[in-house]
Design a protein around this ligand. Sequence first.
Ligand SMILES: [Zn+2]
Length: 168
Amino acid sequence: MDDHQPYFRFNPHAYEHGHIFERSADVCDVCSRPCVWKYTGSIFAKQSPSACARCIADGELARFLDDEHFALQDIELHEADPELAAELLQRTPGVACFNPFEWPVLDGKPLAFFGNGEDEGLLAIPDVRSAIEAAFAEAGWEFEGPTPYALIFQELEGERFRVAIDLD
Ligand SMILES: [Zn+2]
């Protein structure tokens, strides 16, 4: 892992899927250096500067925007520890979604985004499948196979999975 590609524990596969970063030599508005990994996801704030992965991870983007309500996620978040909530909302690249969804939290800790329900590899994990079935059952539907509407999350230091439903 190089300095230009910081790790985001709440969105650990940010560079591989989600299309929220692209390789780019564009200059970052925050640090004035070439982005290397330019953020292409949404920034919910009054301004929308070009930003690199480094400036998201180290909080420079948050300082640059100087807007306490700014967020990189289009979510609802309940009962999360405030420090972890700030990290997830302001120092973690956004998870692409159709609509705002409720980000799963267990014991005050937000879970990490693991992937979506179209990924057959994830669906092969029995605990992931049961989490999707449980979320679908709660919504009154039957889970019938790969779906773009399930967002899968795993505990940071644990084995529990939770699923958020994200309908278009
Ligand atoms: Zn930067």
